[in-house]
Design a protein around this ligand. Sequence first.
Ligand code: ADP
Ligand code: X15
Length: 406
Amino acid sequence: MATFDTIDDLPADSRVLVRLDLNSPIEDGEPQDNRRFERHARTVRELAEAGHRVVLMAHQGRPGRDDFTSLAGHAAILADHVDRDVAFVDDTYGEDAVAAVESLSAGEILLLENTRMCDDELPEASPEEKADTEFVRTLAPLFDAYVNDAYSAAHRKHASLVGFPLALPAYAGRVMETEYEANTAIARKEFDGPVTMVVGGTKATDVIGVMDALEGTVDRFLLGGVAGELFLRGAGHPVGHDLDGMDLFDDQWEANHEVVESILADRGDTIHLASDLAYEDDDGDRAEHTIAEIDEKTDAYLDVGSGTVEEYDPLIRESAAVFVKGALGVFEDERFSVGTVGVLEAIAETDCFSVVGGGDTSRAIEMYGMDEADFSHVSIAGGAYIRALTGEPLPAVELLEAAAES
Ligand SMILES: Nc1ncnc2c1ncn2[C@@H]1O[C@H](COP(=O)(O)OP(=O)(O)O)[C@@H](O)[C@H]1O
Ligand SMILES: O=C(OP(=O)(O)O)[C@H](O)COP(=O)(O)O
């Protein structure tokens, strides 16, 4: 059991600063509704109904990427889920933000602008350094308490996650409580049969970093997505290169190629790579290349091929447990959903213990008409949940535990 204080322990009529994780897929510049809104709405609604003044902080995307946007659209989606007004101010801790915080009445809710738009949020640093930023020193005195509900961002040492718990009494929100319980229980579970992890998505650095530490927990990895292309490149295939202004591959290759090469050399038998990949042909249709056919990368590969899905299917069906982190393709586009949906459907049809994680990936379940009840746990955390599997501590969670002890 976690040993942190929860929102049940908050003094009455508190002014609370709440960290959520509303990081969402962005399409045409707009955030897309997903489980993160629905799950965090519970914490926000409880706080407002209890009569606290509720100020919310969250991030969206990463500077330099297409998904780095304002949170204006997020406020509207959250309001629908909370069934109360959620005001928005396009400022994080400047004069406008401070004025909006100070004008809030009991039971009202305000969302501040994307924390990553202020320089103090990134990069990662110690809690002490982050607590000493202007961001934290300006906002903390306006509040009685800090609530962290962002389990899925708890692996990041950013100001909104590790600075405020040193400056204010700190509590866990409902999502923090439930994700912590579920993910630590999973980390302690033992399985009678093969344990498989499906690894994909765009955050290759996150997943490759922990794959090493999962030796002993995971018997085999089925790869796809950007992470899978980097492994194919490590195995000598000319894929995984950035095309036309994309920045998904080259930096992550530089950061990870040594680990990729050493995993392939030391434990290549546990790594299953795609045998074919899908791309968009000149007519805008899905087309596939076998890996053997690819001798020069001229296409952007957007999914694993149908042959790969056929090879992964029996490996999933004979597993005692399957963990999913990251999509095998750009499933948001139906043409490139074959890998992600094929793997999720195979998991849903078997009795294995299964966890699907990640804000983006877990969205494929409802997008393609699957039932959440067919999976043991659908986590809104991706990077945080795979770190929990390795037993690696999450800095923001450790600070909540320390706050409860003091
Ligand atoms: N080959 C690919 N090229 C570009 N994007 C991809 C590729 N394969 C998967 N993706 C994208 O990866 C995203 C999910 O990855 P990621 O953000 O790492 O995971 P999560 O948020 O689920 O933890 C999906 O939205 C999907 O569109
Ligand atoms: O979406 C998130 O993580 P995830 O993609 O691992 O689920 C979190 O909001 C963390 O975002 P970040 O990986 O840009 O720090």
